[in-house]
Write a protein that binds this ligand. Structure first.
Ligand code: C2E
Ligand code: MG
Ligand code: MG
Ligand code: MG
Length: 296
């Protein structure tokens, strides 16, 4: 570029690029329809207490169940939703559905009175199962006005206690508008909503963000868990993150636990919570219901 920019610009698309661009356009037009049509569904992945093996909650993970393309993962439409602003209605749907689902599971469990032995403790809102739900929020949601009010409204609508909801935020979501993000997080903290720093350790300045924002939990990115046994220093890095969390009085969840060995190593190092394919893949709400309230 510069003052003497080329008068003629030649844009050269390969057929593949053109196809991809068109594909994106179609997907974009389709996403708005899909939200209205209820094609977005949530799967739930259990979070585990590594000492007792109990389920302590679920992370809600969105999927697009497309009538022609099948199941589309969030990596293929969340960025698109962010760009177009559709993330706001999408995010509200996800939040509402996740809160509603947690309340439903509790009602199901108490209605049958046949709660699993290990889920007997009382939840914060006096319900029969002591579970929480975690919801991912993206950058644009976080810098949007009125997020806190909408969350309050959703909690009221679904009769879920604020303490039963956790919001997962990555540090990249905080960087675009850090001042707004900080104010939002303080308000959410005052409400009593849990704040999890997602994908801890892979960003540019995880420590800086950890210090600046009022997170109560950090989720160790799965890349560290994957290297825990392999590379030199893999275990030491995880140990150091655990020490850091302890001295900051933060809770820790290890993401992406895929083997018994990783689970055992983390438990031995004193990591309290974990999630990953080793324990369970993300599953439908119906599967979770059956697990919590086994049919007689
Ligand atoms: P995340 O929040 O870090 O979620 C964890 C991702 O790791 C999920 O991928 C989960 O299925 C996957 N995972 C869990 N256990 C294992 C394991 O043992 N091994 C491996 N390899 N992967 C595991 P998923 O569902 O494809 O979601 C990807 C990302 O999309 C999420 O990362 C989150 O950042 C975003 N996302 C998902 N749902 C939502 C949503 O409702 N709203 C927003 N804004 N973002 C979402
Ligand atoms: Mg997450
Ligand atoms: Mg993560
Ligand atoms: Mg991630």
């Amino acid at each position: 570029s510069g003052p003497s920019a080329d008068p003629v610009r030649i844009v050269c698309y390969s057929t593949g690029m053109r196809e991809r661009a068109l594909d994106q356009l179609r997907l974009e037009a389709d996403l708005e329809r899909a939200i209205a049509a209820g094609e977005l569904i949530l799967l739930y992945q259990p979070e585990i207490d590594l000492v007792t093996g109990r389920i302590i909650g679920f992370e809600a993970l969105v999927r697009w169940q497309h009538p022609q393309r099948g199941m589309i993962p969030p990596s293929e439409f969340i960025p698109l939703a962010e760009e177009t602003g559709l993330i706001l209605p999408l995010g509200d749907c996800v939040l509402t559905e996740a809160c509603r689902q947690l309340v439903t599971w509790r009602e199901q469990a108490s209605a049958t009175g046949r709660n699993q032995e290990n889920q007997k403790t009382r939840g914060q809102s006096g319900c029969d199962i002591d579970l929480r739900v975690s919801v991912n929020l993206s950058a644009r949601q976080f810098s949007s006005l009125g997020l806190v009010e909408r969350i309050e409204q959703i909690l009221r609508q679904t009769s879920l206690a604020a303490g039963d909801l956790r919001l997962e935020v990555t540090e990249t979501s905080l960087m675009s508008d850090a001042d707004t993000a900080l104010r939002t997080m303080r308000d959410l903290q005052n409400l009593g909503v849990g704040l999890h720093m997602d994908d801890f350790g892979v960003g540019y300045s995880s420590l800086h963000h950890l210090h600046r924002f009022p997170f109560d939990t950090l989720k160790i990115d799965r890349s560290f868990i994957g290297r825990i046994a392999e590379e030199k220093g893999g275990a030491e890095i995880v140990r150091t993150i655990l020490d850091l969390a302890r001295s900051l009085r933060m809770k820790v969840v290890a993401e992406g636990i895929e083997t018994a060995h990783q689970a055992e190593q983390l438990r031995t190092m004193g990591c309290p919570f974990g999630q990953g394919y080793y324990f369970a893949r993300p599953m439908t709400a119906a599967t979770v219901s059956e697990m919590l309230v086994p049919a007689s």
